[in-house]
Design a protein around this ligand. Structure first.
Ligand SMILES: Cc1cc2nc3c(=O)[nH]c(=O)nc-3n(C[C@H](O)[C@H](O)[C@H](O)COP(=O)(O)O)c2cc1C
Length: 384
């Protein structure tokens, strides 16, 4: 793997390495991609108010998230990384562990929760409201037995919307017919293909953490179908699920301050301001625009995280200065994973750490906890 100096560079390498359909599944963005773009470009509208003399020679970036110590305010957001890299979420978990941070594991992940916790004991297990209550409890019990240290309930995905640019074809299972159909793309990406050939397995597109009742792991689309058929949860349902877990519980996907208050009433310990990386309701403004109002509403009662559009350390600093405890990253580490497996994710985390550190330095602080809205210039009308 060639070392990269920015997340943009990692993305360029990922694009070269991944078969076209896998790469486009990661870029994604629903409908016109308005939210996807705004998640990133809204950060550009925020300025900094730097200091020049009296800067600190050393900076402390460590904090805690959901009670877990982390070496910087960045944790891994849960994503299903089917077909990106044979080691999948285990490689991501190892990279996060080696860089001292926590791992969010998707219930649609390609690796079993037990393997991921073994690679990084600071793992939060992400669930969707999917199936019967008994099935949900069974999945939670398995995650608890595996040793996960928190639960993330994701509500920022309510329906799979179409994409103006055309969704990539994702097969139900990799049959011989599908393999032949996919062959030209795979052959055009020999390094990706070689990684899979060497690992001795093809991407089987199953979701082991969704298995229930002693059944074999379902295929991705089987589990997806179950989720689509499950009526969306009420706030009472959220409260019920929260009560089933006697540990840290993060609700991912809050945009409105009134809903942030309802989440607090439901007993959650943290929320993430999230719009599923622009993959849900297109036209939802960037998460960074919504953050200050959510922090004002509930920031003194629960930890407020943010995810969406983080591509550099200065984005992390802007979010923390505006009140986020930490951020969760999605595509940034997926590009690293595609470009270089575990080392690629470590590289991305190093890029973010260096960016956070140099921004905190230029702002004249010696600790991330000292960041405040005073460090950031917010233009009028930013919140929309
Ligand atoms: C390919 C892909 C798969 C994702 N899968 C999940 C998932 O299984 N569970 C979940 O809670 N969020 C999922 N997300 C959303 C991310 O956790 C996160 O909210 C989003 O990626 C943040 O935006 P960013 O990619 O700009 O950092 C997924 C995102 C992407 C791009």
């Amino acid at each position: 793997m060639a070392w990269f100096e920015s997340v943009a560079d990692a993305q360029r390498q990922a694009k070269k390495r991944l078969p076209t359909s896998v790469y486009s599944a990661l870029i994604a963005g629903s409908e016109k991609g308005v939210t996807l773009r705004d998640n990133q470009s809204a950060f550009d509208e925020l300025g900094f108010a730097p200091r020049t003399a009296g800067l600190s020679a050393k900076r402390e970036l460590a904090t805690t998230v959901l009670g877990q110590p982390v070496s910087m305010p960045v944790v891994i957001s849960p994503t299903g990384v089917q077909a990106v890299c044979p080691q999948g979420e285990v490689a991501v978990a190892r990279a996060a562990a080696s860089r001292g941070t926590a791992m969010g594991l998707s219930s649609f992940a390609s690796k079993p929760v037990e393997e991921v916790v073994a690679a990084n004991p600071r793992t939060f297990f992400q669930v969707y409201w999917c199936g019967t209550r008994d099935e949900m409890l069974e999945r939670l019990a398995r995650a608890r037995a595996a040793g996960v240290v928190g639960v993330i309930l994701t509500l920022d995905w309510s329906f799979s919307h179409s994409r103006d640019w055309g969704s990539p074809h994702i097969p139900e299972r990799l049959t011989v017919r599908e393999a032949l159909r996919f062959a030209p793309q795979a052959l055009a990406r020999p390094r990706w293909l070689w990684a899979y050939l060497r690992s001795g397995r093809v991407p089987d597109l199953t979701v082991p953490n969704m298995a229930t009742g002693g059944q074999a792991p379902p295929a991705f689309f089987g589990a997806y179908g179950q989720w689509m058929q499950t009526p969306p949860p009420s706030w009472e349902d959220v409260r019920w699920l929260r009560e089933q877990w006697d540990g840290p519980f993060l609700l991912k996907g809050v945009y409105r301050p009134d809903e942030a208050r309802r989440a607090v009433d439901a007993g959650v310990s943290a929320i993430s301001v999230s719009n599923h990386g622009g993959n849900n309701l297109d036209g939802t403004p960037a998460t960074i625009r919504a953050l200050p109002a959510v922090v004002a509403a509930v920031g003194d009662q629960v930890e407020v995280l943010l995810d969406g559009g983080i591509r550099r350390g200065s984005d992390v600093v802007k979010a923390v200065a505006l009140g986020a405890r930490a951020v969760m990253i999605g595509r940034a580490y997926l590009w690293g994973l595609a470009a270089g497996g575990q080392a690629g994710v470590e590289n991305v985390l190093d890029v973010l750490r260096a960016g956070i550190d140099s921004t905190v330095l230029a702002l004249g602080h010696d600790n991330v906890h000292d960041l405040s809205p005073d460090d950031v210039l917010v233009p009028p009308g930013f919140a929309r």
